[in-house]
Every structure is written in C-alpha cells, then in structure tokens.
Design a protein around this ligand. Structure first.
Ligand code: SF4
Ligand code: SF4
Length: 89
C-alpha cells in the first residue's frame, strides 16, 4: 500500500483555476470513479488534481467534472481511503 501522499510537501501542491482548464476531448483512456460511501471528504484529491476537476457534491463528497478530467489517476493515488478507482473510459 502506497502512502506517498504523506510525503508531498505542501508547497508542491498545484493550485489551478478550473475556468482556465482545457476541456477534455474523446481521447481520455482512463476514468476515475468515486465510491461515495468510502469518501470522507478530506479534499486531498482536490488539492492534487492538476486539472482542478474535483469539487464537493451536495453531501461534501468528491465530485469529478468529466468535461476537464484527463484521467491521469493522481486523485486515485493520493486518496487515503482508496475511494477512487480508475477504470477504462
Ligand atoms: S481524497 Fe479520497 S477521501 Fe479525500 S475527498 Fe478525495 S475521494 Fe474523498
Ligand atoms: S484523473 Fe487526474 S484529471 Fe481526472 S480528476 Fe483525477 S487527478 Fe483530476
């Protein structure tokens, strides 16, 4: 089990503006799926998504905007709950 997310320095976190994030075309190969029952709403995936594609839903769980998600898998890697699984798009 990887706990690499604990070693990421705070200054290394990328802050992007979703308004400037380019839309994803039909080329995305992998797609993250959030298990809302397992998500604790910690926000780590929000902070590390390079596309600013994640925000809270109405129940304060992670919600992914697939218009801009590129399928990179960073969110699944940093999630301490393993609440995000990558599957084929
Ligand atoms: S990192 Fe995992 S537990 Fe935290 S908000 Fe994202 S999906 Fe939920
Ligand atoms: S797969 Fe990449 S782009 Fe998509 S939500 Fe996760 S971190 Fe963001």
């Amino acid at each position: 089990m990887t706990e690499a997310w604990k070693e990421i320095e705070e200054g290394a976190i990328i802050k992007h503006d979703i308004a400037k994030s380019p839309k994803t075309g039909d080329w995305r190969y992998m797609k993250p799926q959030v298990d809302k029952k397992t998500c604790i709403g910690c926000g780590l995936c929000f902070d590390h998504c390079p596309e600013a594609a994640i925000d809270y839903d109405s129940e304060r769980k992670a919600d992914i905007d697939f218009d801009v998600c590129k399928g990179c898998g960073v969110c699944a890697t940093v999630c301490p709950q393993k609440a995000i699984k990558m599957g084929k798009n």
